[in-house]
Write a protein that binds this ligand. Structure first.
Ligand code: ADP
Ligand code: MG
Length: 272
């Protein structure tokens, strides 16, 4: 179960995780109608493909009127999008997501995944949101925060607070962060996910937290039973000398690297 962003955001909504209002569209006319129905003055048109890195590849476009929404959708639909996380052929864009544009004060990275070395779910966060986590881990590993969750206890309020303070969130945002992290954890467990990633989680100029991107990869149990250790590859940064963050060994990261190849498969040495 790998979902498109618009589908993952539906799931987020079900779990009470704040996301911008948005509508999916399969034609320029539908995109224009979606923008009109959403209202507001700024929209973002986002290519729905199973890969990240869309922003820098022309797959996320800001539009300030309905005509610009239509034009952005016309430009994307029917084409293929090539990002650092796709092959050179790219992926076909058959749908776009038209979303209300958010006023971004800051971008944060947040994810839940299995730390197989510890056999525990890890909540991972970084103040360097919007960037590839591999790149952050490689270049500025000190910017990555993580806690592992005891399965019987679940994600504890003090753990979420620790991450929130580490991110430098203001006191009034800590409660919202805690609620959001708990909801993500509940989603991760109930849906048997291997990864849930919010990159970026934003703080709006009004001080609210909102998931601006959403990635859900499923099948923790099925992944474990169908993945062969011999195919395992280790993310380059996870073994970087001096890296304080080494959640996966080469033998323990296979499920993650297999199930989330669009993210973790993009890992390359910095010279590549
Ligand atoms: P990807 O990870 O594939 O590049 P994102 O959904 O993370 O795609 O979008 C890339 C960037 O575009 C975000 O980091 C954010 O700066 C901007 N962006 C995405 N959605 C919105 C939105 N609804 N409002 C304002 N900016 C957005
Ligand atoms: Mg993103």
């Amino acid at each position: 179960m790998n979902l498109h962003e618009y589908q993952a955001k539906e799931v987020f909504r079900d779990y009470g995780i704040p996301v911008p209002a948005g509508r999916v569209a399969a034609s320029p006319d539908e995109a224009a109608a979606a923008a009109a129905a959403l209202g507001g003055a700024v929209w973002v048109v986002k290519a729905q493909v199973h890969a990240g890195g869309r922003g820098k590849a022309g797959g996320v476009k800001l539009a300030r009127d309905v005509a610009a929404v239509r034009a952005a959708a016309a430009d994307m639909l029917g084409r293929r999008l090539v990002t650092p996380q796709t092959t050179a052929e790219g992926l076909p864009i058959s749908r776009v997501y038209v979303e209300a544009g958010s006023d971004i004060a800051r971008e944060i990275y947040l994810s839940l995944t299995l730390n197989r070395e510890k056999s525990r779910v890890a909540l991972i966060a970084s103040s360097a949101g919007g960037m590839d986590i591999e790149e952050v881990a490689h270049q500025t590993p000190e910017k990555i925060l993580s806690v592992t969750v005891h399965p019987a206890a679940g994600l504890q309020a003090h753990q979420a607070r620790e991450i929130a303070f580490g991110l430098g969130l203001r006191a009034e945002q800590v409660g919202a962060f805690q609620a959001l992290a708990s909801a993500l954890y509940r989603l991760y467990m109930e849906k048997d996910l291997s990864l849930v990633e919010v990159n970026p989680l934003i703080v709006t100029k009004g001080g609210a937290l909102m998931a601006l991107d959403a990635k859900i990869n499923g099948g923790r149990l099925s992944t474990i039973s169908t993945t062969s250790p011999s195919t395992a590859t280790s993310p380059a940064w996870s073994t970087a000398p001096g890296s304080p963050w080494r959640p996966w060994t080469s033998s323990s990261c296979m499920a993650v690297s297999r199930r989330t190849s669009s993210t973790w498969g993009a890992v390359r040495p910095p010279s590549a």
